[in-house]
Design a protein around this ligand. Structure first.
Ligand code: AMP
Length: 208
């Protein structure tokens, strides 16, 4: 099964992707985690991405498409994967479709986590303070200034993917404001239903 979790920064994509990967035996693919690892390791990609990530902007499509296409080719992805934080632009979405089509595969479902904007800042603040409380270093982009840029990038570049995947009959939305376990069971409900509902609706409307 190949899934995408879609939603603004702080929507809970990482938390849900990690738990879902465990429940279903899938691989979680987070481009944010991969890029942070590259920054930490001081690779060429990491050096290119570091300041962009810190400011909350988007790393170039070519870089992230390259990372994902290499990663998807690895054997552990054969059983299926959950993309968390990719695609973030229409160009990335089109590249992903092409990549999967070249392997004779396609995406199964896209799950959108719907959250209120007002909740995002407090979630991001909480993530930073929880990390500090646990003795760690918070993400360099988990602050009010970078969040503004990340939200702008989301609405400008990523939100159009909601229409893109609706038109493909793949979009399903869950209430990301619900408690973590409740969101997880809504996601399980979508997966267990095998993606009926909206898919049927968009096909009936001839959009799919
Ligand atoms: P995330 O952990 O998903 O919030 O990503 C952290 C940061 O990494 C983002 O704010 C971007 O700077 C960068 N990033 C992660 N995934 C992508 C992507 N698919 N396209 C462009 N930039 C990305």
């Amino acid at each position: 099964m190949k899934l995408i979790l879609l939603g603004p920064p702080g929507a809970g994509k990482g938390t849900q992707a990690e738990a879902l990967a465990r429940r279903r035996g899938l691989v979680q693919l987070s481009t944010g985690d991969m890029l942070r690892a590259a920054v930490k390791a001081g690779t060429e990609i990491g050096r290119k991405a570091e300041s962009i990530m810190k400011s909350g902007g988007l790393v170039s499509d070519d870089i992230v498409i390259g990372i994902i296409s290499d990663r998807i080719a690895e054997p552990d992805c054969a059983r299926g994967f959950i993309l968390d934080g990719f695609p973030r632009t229409l160009k990335q979405a089109a590249a992903l479709d092409k990549l999967l089509a070249s392997k004779g595969a396609g995406l199964d479902l896209v799950i959108e986590l719907k959250v209120d904007d007002e909740a995002l800042a407090s979630r991001i603040e909480k993530r930073a303070s929880d990390t500090i409380a646990a003795g760690g270093t918070p993400r360099s982009d988990d602050n009010a200034e970078a969040l503004k840029t990340r939200l702008l990038a989301y609405y400008r570049e990523t939100a159009p993917l909601i229409g893109y995947y609706f038109a493909q009959g793949k979009l399903h939305s869950v209430d990301g404001m619900a408690p973590i376990d409740e969101v997880a069971s809504q996601i399980d409900g979508v997966l267990d239903a095998g993606g009926s509902g909206l898919e049927k609706m968009s096909q009936e409307q001839g959009a799919g």
